[in-house]
Ligand binder design. Structure first.
Ligand SMILES: [Zn+2]
Length: 447
């Protein structure tokens, strides 16, 4: 039987042999960005490639997800290697779709190429003969929380229950046949000190959509007859800013509202003003506490002006918890490829990912690998090292999968035996459903 290290070397060589094709896949997706739940072409490309590898993909999971399986020689842990299908919307990005503004300014195209590259490499060397358990290659939709209105309409039509891909996949049972999961996110050299990094944790978030409703009137001739919804929103914003000293530093609260509609015409007292915000924090309790305070501030703005406010709260991301043991196995492979001291572990990030939702149920890791420059989510974000963006993740996914599942899959079994889920699937779904809330607040009518 081939030794574990020999197998890892062989898979890296197989990925290099398929290098041109893997890079082409990544670049093709880069040039055809599609936003969450609309990733039809990207999903079709994934399914087609999986079929040629005899992975018998299931398609249309949570609308666009694609899942293929490679079974080991014996039963054992089922490890998902995940790639996110969706782009962001960054209309001033040079590679943005001119019609939709969609652009891969978060590098998810590289995740899909890496996931498929791992599948190609592992299939090519017959890795399943040496592994126990199953490898689940999983292309998942809608990680970025954008297009909120469009997704709410999908929810009203019954197409989805949740507005993000992974919660939706959990709700539909598509994570029931997976025990643990990993993915690799592109990072920017401008934001990372080392080649690769895994935090212990990161923030979760709820999403708020807010409408202040006032009364229109001539802004010059008779403003006294109006109710200024923009003033109500401004008071609410100031009230939110005044909350900041009430937050514990350890909770890393981030509240970053924007006004998406500020009025109709400058000569009219604004009668309807729209605001959106995330309320992020390091724990579920911290998010719920900050969210309660934000609601209070929104009502205060309405009350001060005698306006009304409609507050829509939508579940976003749960805080991420990376599994330490999986992270160490992964880090060992980073250092095998790049040398000692190229991998960092620990600390807390203040961004969010819906891998956090999966982390509440199963052991997961969500490392970053630097292969881009510019600001993540910005117009200047660009993959600067195609080989490390597309081929290195394929190698690291495959090597880590071999480490976890080789022989009788002892390392994966140990991680699963020691893992204590923070929630059951049922309590998770009940918590998420409970976050959906619409409040109409109408202070006593003033005369
Ligand atoms: Zn991302």
């Amino acid at each position: 039987m081939t030794g574990k290290n020999e197998l890892k070397r062989a898979v890296c060589e197989a990925i290099d042999r398929n290098g041109n094709e893997i890079i082409e896949l990544g670049e093709r997706i880069l040039h055809h960005p599609e936003t969450g739940f609309n990733e039809d072409k990207t999903a079709a490309l994934v399914a087609e490639r999986m079929r040629t590898l005899d992975l018998e993909p299931q398609t249309g999971l949570a609308l666009t997800g694609v899942k293929g399986r490679l079974k080991g020689k014996a039963t054992g842990p089922r490890l998902a290697l995940i790639g996110e299908l969706d782009s962001l919307r960054t209309s001033d990005h040079p590679l943005a779709d001119p019609h939709t503004g969609a652009a891969h300014s978060c590098g998810h195209n590289a995740q899909v190429a890496g996931m498929l590259g791992a599948a190609m490499g592992l299939s090519a060397i017959g890795a399943s003969d040496h592994l126990a358990g199953e490898l689940v290659f999983f292309a998942v939709p809608a990680e970025e929380f954008i297009d909120v209105e469009e997704r709410l309409r999908r929810r009203e039509r019954g197409e989805v229950k949740f507005l993000l891909g992974k919660p939706e996949l959990v709700a539909k049972g598509h994570f029931d046949d997976i025990d643990m999961a990993m993915m690799i996110h592109v990072g920017s050299h401008d934001q990372m000190a080392k080649r690769s990094y895994i935090a212990d944790s990161s923030n979760g978030a709820v999403v708020k959509q807010v409408r202040f409703l006032g009364r229109a009137a001539h802004a010059g001739g008779a403003p006294q007859l109006g109710i200024n919804a923009l003033s109500a929103a401004m008071i609410a914003l100031n009230a939110i800013h005044a909350q900041r000293e009430t937050f514990y530093d350890r909770d890393t609260i981030r509240i970053h509202p924007i006004i998406t509609k500020g009025g109709d015409a400058v000569s009219v007292v604004p009668a309807e003003v729209h605001m959106e915000t995330f309320v992020r924090g390091g724990s579920r309790e911290a998010i719920l506490d900050a969210n309660m305070k934000v609601d209070r501030c929104l009502r205060a703005g309405a009350m001060a002006m005698g306006a009304e406010v409609e507050i829509n709260t939508i579940p976003g991301y749960l805080p991420q918890r990376n599994n330490r043991e999986m992270a160490q196995v992964f880090g060992g492979n980073v250092e095998a490829l790049f040398g000692p001291g190229t991998f960092d572990i620990g600390g807390h990030r203040t961004g969010s990912t819906d891998m956090g939702d999966i982390a509440h149920l199963k052991p997961v890791i969500h490392p970053y690998l630097a292969s881009a420059v510019g600001k993540t989510h910005g117009a200047d974000f660009r993959i600067s090292e195609p080989e490390h963006a597309y081929l290195t993740p394929a190698k690291l996914l495959a090597m880590t999968a071999i480490d976890l599942l080789y022989g009788d899959a002892a390392p994966a079994r140990k991680i699963l035996a020691e893992f204590k889920p923070l929630m059951t699937k049922d309590s998770y779904l009940a918590f998420e459903r409970g976050l959906f809330r619409t409040e109409h607040y109408q202070p006593e009518a003033s005369t």
